[in-house]
Design a binder for this molecule. Structure first.
Ligand SMILES: C[S@@+](CC[C@H](N)C(=O)[O-])C[C@H]1O[C@@H](n2cnc3c(N)ncnc32)[C@H](O)[C@@H]1O
Length: 268
């Protein structure tokens, strides 16, 4: 039983949309139950929008309890109220086309690379920062697939002497990341495929991808990274290569930082 719950937790952690859905379902059960009780025992009838707002608040609270990143709380909060509002509005069809295009431009790498867009959580960031304190002051850091660069910029502000690079090929996250990094002198964003990034430039290579590319990424890291440099993967293992260090994050997602120093395991 415990094993099954842990497995569900791991799957949901890799696909936070499932946790968001769970939060919505729990909220719907509570709101639905309250409405049924109200209908049976009182004259009180909430409007659809009021019920939707309560549903949103509860879903956001559940999302928080389940350890989802903060932007999921806002999504959960607004999802049902937005559906209710949109269902009453006569929207032109191009709105849906624009919505589809935004999704496509944001999740460009979901299909080809099997790496969707989801973000490093606050606890992972914090642990990563604590670990980075042990590096030489001017370290060079790359985030392979930096998304909108929230984590990268957060780190760049905390380590002003270090150099940060983000590479990204999904057009929308790249554009957001590039614009956000303009004001941060020690952080640069490249529109670059991670497979074309020369890892020899960096002391710390960070990635939060998916299980799909990890074996190939390991081969690339071993071939390119300097002796003593670190590969840090958020949650995803390299098949057959145990990490030299692990930092458990104790969240619902069962996230952990996996760290390999070159060439300790790779070329021994
Ligand atoms: C799970 S998100 C992680 C975002 C960010 N690193 C973070 O931790 O918050 C993975 C990102 O990698 C990007 N990505 C996937 N394959 C890539 C590739 N071959 N080259 C560059 N970026 C890639 C995706 O577009 C996505 O934005």
């Amino acid at each position: 039983m415990v094993g099954r719950i842990a497995m569900i937790g791991r799957v949901a952690g890799r696909y936070p949309v499932l946790l968001a859905l769970l939060a919505q379902l729990c909220a719907a059960l509570l709101v639905g139950g309250a409405i049924i009780l109200a209908v049976q025992f009182s004259n009180w009838r909430p409007s659809a929008l009021a019920a939707g707002l309560v549903q949103g608040l509860l879903a956001a609270g559940f999302a928080r309890r389940l350890g989802l990143a903060s932007w999921w709380w806002w999504l959960n909060l607004g999802f049902v109220p937005a559906l209710l509002l949109l269902s009453g509005a006569a929207l032109p069809s191009w709105v849906f086309l624009v919505g589809f295009l935004l999704l496509l431009l944001g999740n460009w790498n979901s299909v080809g690379e099997r790496v969707p867009l989801y973000l490093t959580g606050a606890r992972s960031r914090q642990q990563l920062a604590e670990w980075l304190v042990g590096q030489a002051a001017g370290f060079r850091f790359v985030d392979l697939g930096c998304g909108p660069a929230g984590t990268l910029l957060w780190l760049a502000r905390r380590f002003p002497q270090a150099q940060f690079v983000g590479v990204e090929t999904a057009p929308l996250p790249f554009l957001i990341a590039w614009l956000r990094a303009l004001a941060q002198s020690n952080c640069r964003i490249r529109y670059q495929n991670l497979w074309r990034t020369d890892l020899a430039e960096f002391d710390v290579v960070y990635c939060f991808l998916s299980p799909a590319p990890m074996a190939a990424l390991w081969t690339k890291a071993v071939a390119q990274m300097a002796v003593g440099a670190w590969l840090v993967s958020n949650s995803f293992e390299v098949p057959g290569v145990p990490a030299e260090q692990q930092v458990e994050l104790h969240d619902w997602r069962r996230s952990r930082l996996l760290l390999w120093r070159m060439p300790a395991v790779a070329r021994a």
